[in-house]
Design a protein around this ligand. Structure first.
Ligand code: TTP
Ligand code: MG
Ligand code: MG
Length: 382
């Protein structure tokens, strides 16, 4: 085993909400949720002060994107409907999301980390893996230095896990949130990882967790007690042996450090949950419209896509994604619609649909247009 590796996972604390507090420092210490719409933006009063929207005034079907730890203490978390959250925390402040600001802070915190430790895998807007193996400094002072760099560049706190691999680091960064540092070795797996819910393993989703629960497996430790042959029998060779290894904290995946191929995506939440049968026409129209918008985005960027994906969120908030990687890159709306349609066929459509999204990834410049044969012949003359 590659026991000399030292991998960190860094995740920003209550990221969107914390960025909002940089803009509205007067809200510090209060329960604040991000969600809602532009109309929920703070309004300047005659005396120059800002009047903020409160959850109790919200009417609609929006959900919470994230909440401050003060709001979480009241039971209000990501994914919860805003009106449901209003019952728990009517006085919480509501702010609409400002993605441009989040992207800006995201770039800033990543650049700050890179100035200390440059081997980074970008895992999305508020988290990264960092390979610290090549750095001599001890883990604790190094983690403090990284957090300090992030704080200096953004005014924000983050939490870091440092462990021998990505699997453990991802779990560890969450163990002492917010503003935490958790350093674990393989020897800590039985005491620190085994008591955790199996779902804490990145890759064990709600479905797998449910199947495990049916086997009497709730914790990672209980998973570690199941024979590998049994896991393989139930989950198949690849997932079964992955589960067996994951429960032991074994993970050899390297960091993927090349810049993430960017993606473009468009999604829409429906006014009401749509029924696949009754609302087929509306769904189909929305689907085609999303594909057209993705095609426009690609055209504007002058890129073509190798992968087309879709996202469906059902009325019960369960979310599924499917994607399809194509032999030939594509960019036009019809081709995207066709590929997305194939993805859709791979989803069981029992429940009403709340949100539909289409995404193009594996973006690249269009292949050079083949030079017509006649022109080729001419070129050869020179
Ligand atoms: P997370 O890192 O999952 O959450 P967080 O940073 O808000 O809080 P924590 O301290 O627990 O890490 O997600 C990062 C951001 O992504 C979050 O601020 C808002 C956004 N987000 C969504 O848009 N939808 C979601 O369902 C979740 C979980 C997050
Ligand atoms: Mg976070
Ligand atoms: Mg995160």
């Amino acid at each position: 085993m590659n026991s000399h590796r030292r991998i960190a996972h860094l995740d920003m604390d209550a990221f969107f909400a914390s960025v909002e507090l940089r803009h509205y420092p007067m809200l510090r210490g209060q329960p604040v949720v991000v969600g809602g719409r532009r109309v929920d933006r703070p309004v300047e009063q005659a005396d120059g002060s800002l009047r903020f929207a409160r959850l109790r005034d919200y009417v609609g079907r929006g959900v919470i994107t994230t909440s401050t730890y003060e709001a979480r203490a009241l039971g209000v978390f990501s994914g919860m409907g805003l009106m449901k959250a209003a019952q728990l925390a009517p006085d919480a402040i509501l702010l609409p999301a400002n993605f441009d600001a989040y992207r800006d802070y995201s770039r800033r915190f990543k650049a700050a980390v890179a100035s200390v430790a440059p081997v980074i895998e970008d895992r999305g807007i508020d988290e990264i893996y960092i390979d610290l193996s090549g750095i001599a400094e001890d883990s604790l002072p190094l983690a403090r230095r990284i957090k300090q760099a992030v704080l200096a560049a953004t005014g924000l706190t983050c939490s870091i896990g440092i462990t021998p691999n990505k699997l453990l680091a991802k779990i560890a960064s969450d163990l002492d949130k917010p503003d935490g540092i958790t350093i674990l070795g393989h020897e800590d797996v039985p005491t620190r990882i085994w008591p955790l819910a199996a779902r804490k393993i990145n890759g064990i989703g709600p479905k797998a967790a449910e199947r495990l629960r049916a086997m009497g497996v709730d914790t990672v430790g209980q998973l570690a007690a199941v024979a590998e042959s049994e896991l393989v029998r139930r989950f198949g060779a690849s997932t079964g042996s992955w589960l067996w290894r994951a429960a032991r904290g074994i993970d050899e995946r390297p960091l993927v450090t090349e810049r993430d191929p960017k993606s473009v995506s468009r999604e829409s939440t429906f006014e009401r949950d749509l029924d696949v049968g009754l609302d087929r026409a509306a769904l189909s129209e929305a689907f085609t419209g999303l594909c057209a918008r993705v095609a426009d985005d690609l055209a504007r960027k002058g890129l073509v896509a190798r992968t087309i994906g879709i996202k469906l969120r059902f009325a019960d908030f369960s979310t599924v994604t499917r994607d399809l990687t194509l032999a030939e890159p594509l960019a036009d709306a019809r081709a995207i619609r066709q590929a997305a349609g194939q993805c859709l066929k791979r989803i069981a459509l029992g429940k009403r649909i709340r949100l539909l999204g289409v995404r193009a990834a594996g973006l690249q410049p269009p292949p050079a247009t083949p030079v017509p044969v006649a022109v080729q012949a001419e070129l050869q003359l020179f």
